[in-house]
Design a protein around this ligand. Structure first.
Ligand SMILES: *[C@@H]1O[C@H](CO)[C@@H](O)[C@H](O)[C@H]1NC(C)=O
Ligand SMILES: *[C@@H]1O[C@H](CO)[C@@H](O)[C@H](O)[C@H]1NC(C)=O
Ligand SMILES: *[C@@H]1O[C@H](CO)[C@@H](O)[C@H](O)[C@H]1NC(C)=O
Ligand SMILES: *[C@@H]1O[C@H](CO)[C@@H](O)[C@H](O)[C@H]1NC(C)=O
Ligand SMILES: *[C@@H]1O[C@H](CO)[C@@H](O)[C@H](O)[C@H]1NC(C)=O
Ligand SMILES: *[C@@H]1O[C@H](CO)[C@@H](O)[C@H](O)[C@H]1NC(C)=O
Ligand SMILES: *[C@@H]1O[C@H](CO)[C@@H](O)[C@H](O)[C@H]1NC(C)=O
Length: 459
């Protein structure tokens, strides 16, 4: 059955428009309707942006992939219909809607949806979108490192009631994945697996309401983007799926991640080098490897991360809670980090700074390191896995961490009543209130080395 664009019901169009910028507490970026400035200067009662003159896309601006010849049966290759629907939406003036309708399932190969486009684009996934099933079905000439890519796609909203299913199982089971070879070995070989959704060099992005599961690798990767809002999404992959970070950002400024639920096999959210102004609020992680800044400074690289706030989060059944991880030998800095109002539920290492991060052992200690300073842990409560210290602040020998503050931290073992000690190494700072466990190992004041040597502060 073909659904012609003229039959898109009005309520759907309205819901597209109104959900495009529904106000959410804590947002840092509001997609603006075109005439908002004009309206506020007229002195009329200010309306939230979503209510003010929504630019209603006319039905001719809805590009349903079915009208571009998609089969929507989950078997046929629907890549070209998606490409053509995108191209048409991208070339249409005003807001264009690419629609993957409900009740249908679309198999599409690796594809780059490229801009710049004439107007804003809404990529509306109401059905199921999935890639070829595993590495054997992946076309030889397709990239194995990415599946759906949005490139130079400014003012894009990805939303919908549908599902993006990465069908990752066969990728996770490759014998080159950790312990997936014969008898639990890890075989050598190129183990590239696709990131499900990659946003590259794009500004003013909104991802809202979408469900995504079982990515072969990271679920979302934002690289070289500006002004990103992620709201009310759900990410779900098994706890043992390798390298399936939920949301990864790098070289990206002004990111807000809100009201989302993530369970996966690696970092829930990972914040890589070049991230500036990141706000995470009301996110539930777990099982996962927690919320991480890093890893940074690998292979002697320079890394800069500044102004990251994580507020009102729940982290459960995870290998880490809130973590900053850097390799020996890096340069650059991490500063202005706030972890506030975080509930831990059976987490190993709820609070951890690890400046000796090392995946390919052995790693040698080096004299340079990414400088970590101005980190606040406030109101962090709950339970930890009794096998790991609840607070671990392991800083480089030559470049100490400075101005680490803890307040209202209360962490109890999930089992038994033996309270483990906090661990610190070369960490300077203060506890403002007594913490549980007590943290006697923080060093006071400022270290001589930071005053003696030039530390590489990024900003
Ligand atoms: C990949 O190969 C298919 C089939 O041979 C061809 O149709 C397609 O254009 C190729 N794609 C690229 C990106 O080269
Ligand atoms: C796997 O382990 C079993 C039992 O230890 C052994 O008999 C078998 O030779 C091993 N296979 C390989 C390929 O190493
Ligand atoms: C992104 O949004 C900001 C604020 O509304 C605007 O000034 C800027 O031009 C937009 N950038 C792009 C590339 O659309
Ligand atoms: C927090 O996020 C959850 C899950 O998306 C949502 O149900 C809840 O309403 C949000 N809470 C607030 C205060 O926004
Ligand atoms: C820090 O980032 C938040 C958004 O996450 C932003 O509102 C704030 O202005 C930034 N602070 C500075 C000093 O740039
Ligand atoms: C690196 O330094 C740390 C702290 O001094 C020490 O615990 C660790 O054993 C060292 N690692 C190596 C490989 O020398
Ligand atoms: C220490 O860090 C806090 C944030 O945790 C910041 O407000 C304060 O200015 C920093 N102090 C110094 C001396 O930089």
């Amino acid at each position: 059955m073909k659904l012609s664009t003229s039959k898109i019901p009005l309520f759907l169009l309205l819901s597209l428009v109104f959900s495009f910028s529904s106000p959410v507490h804590g947002r840092i970026y509001h997609p603006k309707s075109r005439h908002r400035h004009h309206q506020s200067s007229s002195g009329s009662i200010a309306l939230p942006p979503s209510m003010a003159e929504p630019p209603l896309p006319s039905p001719s601006n809805v590009f349903d992939v079915m009208t571009f010849g998609a089969a929507g049966n989950g078997v046929a290759d629907d890549t070209e219909p998606f490409r053509n629907a995108w191209d048409s939406a991208c070339q249409s003036s005003g807001a264009g809607v690419v629609l993957a309708p409900s009740g249908r399932s679309f198999m599409i190969r690796s594809i780059i949806f490229a801009g710049p486009c004439e107007g804003r684009i809404v990529f509306q996934v109401d059905g199921i979108v999935m890639p070829p099933n595993g590495p054997d079905s992946w076309p030889q000439n397709n990239s194995r490192r990415q599946w759906l890519v949005f490139y130079r796609a400014d003012e894009l909203t990805l939303q919908g009631a549908g599902l993006i299913d990465g069908r990752g199982q066969k990728w996770w089971d490759l014998p080159c994945k950790p312990h997936k070879g014969i008898n639990g070995t890890t075989l050598a070989g190129n183990c590239d697996s696709p990131v499900a959704l990659r946003f590259f060099m794009s500004s003013n992005l909104t991802v809202s309401g979408i469900k995504i599961r079982n990515s072969p690798q990271f679920h979302f990767r934002f690289d070289n983007c500006r002004n990103v809002i992620i709201d009310s999404i759900a990410i779900n992959s098994p706890a043992l799926s390798p390298n399936t970070d939920g949301i990864h950002v790098e070289n990206t400024y002004n990111v807000g991640i809100y009201n989302s639920v993530i369970s996966n096999g690696d970092d829930c959210i990972s914040i890589g080098s070049g991230s500036l102004n990141v706000e995470i609020e009301n996110v539930t992680c777990g099982p996962s490897h927690g919320i991480s800044i890093g890893s940074l400074g690998k292979k002697n690289s320079r890394a800069c991360v500044q102004n990251v706030t994580v507020r009102n989060a729940v982290i459960k059944h995870s290998d880490n809670g809130v973590r900053i991880k850097t390799w020996q030998g890096g340069t650059g800095s991490v500063s202005g980090v706030v972890f506030e109002g975080i509930k831990m539920d059976v987490v190993k290492n709820p609070i951890i700074i690890d400046q000796f991060y090392c995946l390919a052992k052995p790693c040698v200690n080096q004299t340079s390191a990414v400088f970590i300073s101005d980190v606040l842990y406030s109101d962090i409560k709950g339970t930890y896995d009794f096998r790991a210290p609840p607070i671990h602040l392991g800083c480089s020998d030559s470049v100490p961490c400075t101005n680490i503050t803890l307040t209202d931290v209360e962490l109890f073992p999930a089992e038994g009543d033996e309270i483990l000690d906090a661990f610190c190494w070369n960490a300077y700072g203060a506890e403002r209130t007594l913490t549980i466990p007590p943290i006697m190992c923080l060093l006071e004041g400022l270290p001589r080395s930071v005053m003696d040597y030039e530390v590489d502060r990024c900003y």
